[in-house]
Design a protein around this ligand. Sequence first.
Ligand code: HEC
Length: 194
Amino acid sequence: MLAMNKIKILGTTAIVIAASVIITSCKDKRSTGWEYAPNMYEHIAYDPDQKNPNFKDGKTAQLPPAGTIPVGFVKFDYPGTKDGYEKASTEVKSTLPQTRQNFEQGKVLFEHFCSPCHGVSGQGDGLVVQHGFPPPPSYSKGQSSRGGAMKDLTDGKIYHTITYGVNAMGSYASQLDPQERWKVIMYVHHLQTL
Ligand code: HEC
C-alpha cells in the first residue's frame, strides 16, 4: 500500500517537472511573456525622448517659450549688483498687508534665520558673532557697507539683500519665499527703530 503511494507521488512529481520544462523551454528567452494591458507600454502619447515629426526640430521635449515662469513664481528683475540694489531700492515696495499676524510671523522667521548673526534685537550681536563671526552692523545704529545708515534701508534694499546676500551674508532665497521675505522685512523695519 505504502509502496504504491510512493510510486504515485514520484510519478506525479515527474509529470509536473516534465510539463514545466516543456512549457518554459517553449518560451523565447528575450520575450517578456504575455503583457497585461499592453497600451501601458505602447501608448499613443509620445515619450519625452522620442522623435516627433510634429515639431520643426523633430523632438518631443520642447523648451518652454521665452519668458515662461512657473505658476506662483514671483519675478524679481534686479541683478545681484550695486546697480540692481539701488534700482530695487526706488522701485520695489512691499505690498504685504501690515497686520499683527504678518508681523508676528516675520518675527519668528527673523529669529530662526537672521538672529544667529544679527541678534534678536538686530544689534549685530547674535550667537555666531559671539563665537567670532564678523558682526553685521546694527539695524538701528550702524552704517551699511553700501552707503547710508542701516535705519534708512528701504524695502527694496532689504529684499535685494535677502535674495542675493551681501559679502559675508549668504542668500536666503532658498529658505524664504517672497511672501516670507516681506514678513521678515516688516520685522526688520521694526528693529530699525530700536
Ligand atoms: C551668517 C550670518 C548672517 C545671517 C544668518 C544673516 N545675515 Fe544679514 N548680514 C550679515 C553680515 C555680516 C552683514 C554685513 C555685510 C556687509 O555689508 O559687509 C549683513 C547685512 C545685512 C543687511 C544690510 C545690507 C546692506 O545693504 O547694508 C541686511 C538688511 C540684512 N543683513 C538682513 C538679513 C536678514 C533679513 C537675514 C535673515 C533672513 C539675515 N540678514 C541673515 C550676516 C548675516
